[in-house]
Design a protein around this ligand. Structure first.
Ligand SMILES: *Cc1c(COP(=O)(O)O)cnc(C)c1O
Length: 352
């Protein structure tokens, strides 16, 4: 491998002089703050939030056992995804490669940034073939997007295949681990030192139950992280989000209890779904949702909507014909879903 961060970083980003905020210029202890044109009333909301989110990063470091220089915090995972394009991909010139099917935001971010997006189909069982991914790259490929456990398929990707890609690609490998807490496979987070081209995305939106506060994380070498920090909006993580995240991160047990309950419910839901005549195939899940191939996805989706139950119709997605993606809910919610599906199976015409 011959990875050079300098080489893949856009020229304008390399030479960029970032905005320096009042809170950047002075970071010590003080009691009178007259530097940022804030209103002196309405504490604590009158103050700009910490642009470096140090307290929150310290807390995350303890939890994740990595250094603060290796963490970037964003307004959801969407922010680091967009910033990676802006830092490393020259519009109308560079391209990225991604597995398919996968999370839709990678393509949207590519389209917004005018970067061509090459999809490589997973195998029929949704497993990853490193050779096929590498074969789809060319000299202008700056990033490869992988997602494990993958959305919407639910499976974790083979770690040996991911490592083969990391070792044989000269651009960045972005590995989205949004569902890693639900997965028996280990995160690659502790292998950051081995792979200077690895960027791992995680989020508080799923296992931590905090989709509403918008906090996404990117983990990578300190060099990559400082480039993201250089181009982010100075105050990208607001005060309320920083406070709520800090509060929740104090107690990892709550998150772990939720994950345990959701995993139990996932097995019950899978067992019940398997009994339905409308189920053609259940795909094994390492996440908090189940992908299921049905006799008639659209008709079942609509019949569920009539009963005020919303699942995700993924039947238009490649390799996912007639598939619904079902998030694991609370026990009561999952029961209501199963009862509704049983009723739909009995009464509705489920022809495609
Ligand atoms: C839900 C999800 C996320 C989370 O995105 P946020 O912007 O952090 O809420 C990221 N990646 C994948 C694959 C997801 O399914």
């Amino acid at each position: 491998m011959n990875f050079s961060l300098q080489y893949i970083t856009r020229k304008n980003i390399r030479s960029l002089q970032p905005y320096s905020s009042a809170r950047d210029e002075f970071t010590g202890e003080a009691s009178v703050f007259l530097d940022a044109n804030e209103n002196p009333f309405n504490a604590p909301f009158n103050r700009y939030p910490d642009p470096r989110q140090l307290e929150l990063k310290n807390q995350l470091c303890k939890l994740k056992k990595i250094s603060t220089e290796s963490i970037f915090l964003g307004n959801g995972s969407d922010e680091p995804i967009d910033l990676l394009f802006r830092a490393f991909c020259e519009p109308a010139c560079d391209n990225v490669v991604a597995i398919s099917p996968t999370y839709g935001m990678y393509r949207v971010a590519a389209d917004i940034n005018n970067i061509s997006y090459h999809e490589v189909l997973l195998e029929e069982d949704f497993s990853l073939n490193a050779r096929k991914i590498l074969a789809a790259t060319d000299v202008s490929t700056k990033m490869i997007f992988l997602c494990s456990p993958n959305n919407p398929t639910g499976n974790a990707l083979e770690q040996t295949e991911i490592v083969t890609i990391l070792q044989n690609f000269n651009g960045l490998v972005v590995l989205d681990e949004a569902y890693i807490d639900f997965c028996p496979e280990k995160s690659l987070l502790n292998n950051l030192d081995l792979y200077p081209n690895l960027v791992i995305l995680q989020t508080l939106s799923k296992a931590w139950g905090l989709a509403g506060i918008r906090l996404g994380m990117a983990f990578a070498s300190s060099e990559i992280i400082s480039i993201l920090n250089k181009i982010k909006y100075p105050y990208n993580i607001n005060l309320l989000t920083q406070h709520k995240a800090l509060e929740m991160l104090q107690t990892e047990t709550t998150k772990n209890d939720w994950v345990e309950t959701i995993l139990e419910q996932r097995e019950i839901l899978a067992t019940e779904l398997a009994k339905l005549s409308m189920t053609i195939q259940l795909y094994p899940s390492d996440a908090n949702f189940i992908l299921v191939k049905t006799t008639a996805a659209k008709a079942i989706y609509n019949a569920l909507v009539d009963r005020q139950i919303i699942v995700r119709d993924r039947s238009k997605v490649s390799l996912c014909g007639e598939c619904l993606r079902i998030t694991v809910g609370k026990a009561e919610e999952n029961s209501l879903l199963i009862i509704a599906l049983e009723e739909i199976g009995r009464f509705e015409n489920l022809k495609i």
